[in-house]
Write a protein that binds this ligand. Structure first.
Ligand code: ATP
Ligand code: MG
Length: 246
């Protein structure tokens, strides 16, 4: 039986899909079977970021409305890689209901080691649907006060949903910008303000962003991909230390 991980944030555009995809690719490279579920109905992105966009026929709405079996709406992302995508529909915000996810996700966990639930922005119905069947949660935020405030809101909702295993991913870390902003003395300040234990820090990295936005794999030199690989190791239970510098 696999593990379901919701990747969420509250605020939009902070890197949920990037983190889900990067960790998914890293785990697939380690030989795991990984399913990315795009829960962002109406504003999907993983279809393009995985490079699977052109092959798609069905999506999760077809599964929900019984137009196809779950397996028919799941697509491989690259040849023999172990990474798969269950895409979101291009329209129909909030059409994926929590009751459906509570039935679907346990079924998917039978076939995949990891099921990443890529949450939409906000803390409304889409968030609840993505999170309701998760075993654990990664709360993504960039190290600025607005984003941290939204991460706190997301954390509170995760608590209400009964998800105990919540960890913080600080994404798009840029040392000079962080220092110049001066909102926090150090990353401990961010972690304390969010009130969630740290899982990893992902540097701001143009190499990773450019690759993922074109549906390509991140190059080996990508500092962000290296951080995501370390986080994949941590998810596997390996004792991978968090470096002091990024
Ligand atoms: N570590 C990073 N370094 C550089 N750019 C990044 C990083 N993480 C994400 N980005 C960029 O930030 C933008 C938003 O990323 P992404 O789509 O993953 O965010 P999201 O939280 O899923 O957004 P949404 O709320 O719209 O679903 C993208 O252009 C992406 O390439
Ligand atoms: Mg996204």
């Amino acid at each position: 039986m696999g593990v379901s991980v919701v990747v969420t944030s509250g605020k939009g555009g902070v890197g949920k899909s990037t983190v889900a995809l990067g960790m998914g690719r890293a785990l697939a490279q380690k030989g795991r079977r990984v399913l990315l579920v795009d829960c962002d109905a109406g504003l999907r992105s993983l279809d393009r970021m995985t490079g699977a966009e052109e092959n798609l026929v069905f999506d999760i709405s077809d599964v929900v409305f019984g137009r196809c079996a779950p397996a028919e709406a799941i697509y491989p992302c690259g040849e023999g890689e172990g990474l798969f995508l269950l895409p979101a529909p291009s329209a129909g915000e909030n059409m994926i209901r929590p009751a459906v996810m509570r039935k679907l996700v346990p079924l998917l966990k039978r076939y995949y080691d990891y099921v990443f639930l890529d949450s939409p922005a906000g803390v409304g119905g889409g968030f609840r649907s993505a999170a309701c069947a998760a075993d654990r949660a990664l709360v993504v935020c960039s190290p600025d006060p607005v984003c941290v405030r939204n991460a706190v809101a997301a954390k509170e909702l995760l608590i209400k949903l009964g998800i105990e295993d919540k960890r913080l991913v600080i994404n798009r870390f840029n040392g000079p910008l962080f220092g110049a902003t001066g909102a926090y003395n150090d990353l401990d300040g961010v972690i304390d303000a969010a009130g969630v234990r740290l899982f990893g820090v992902v540097p701001d990295d143009t190499l990773l962003a450019a690759a993922f936005l074109r549906g390509k794999r991140a190059p080996a030199a990508s500092s962000a991909m290296k951080a995501l690989c370390r986080m994949a190791g941590r998810l596997e239970g390996e004792a991978v230390p968090i470096p002091d510098t990024f």
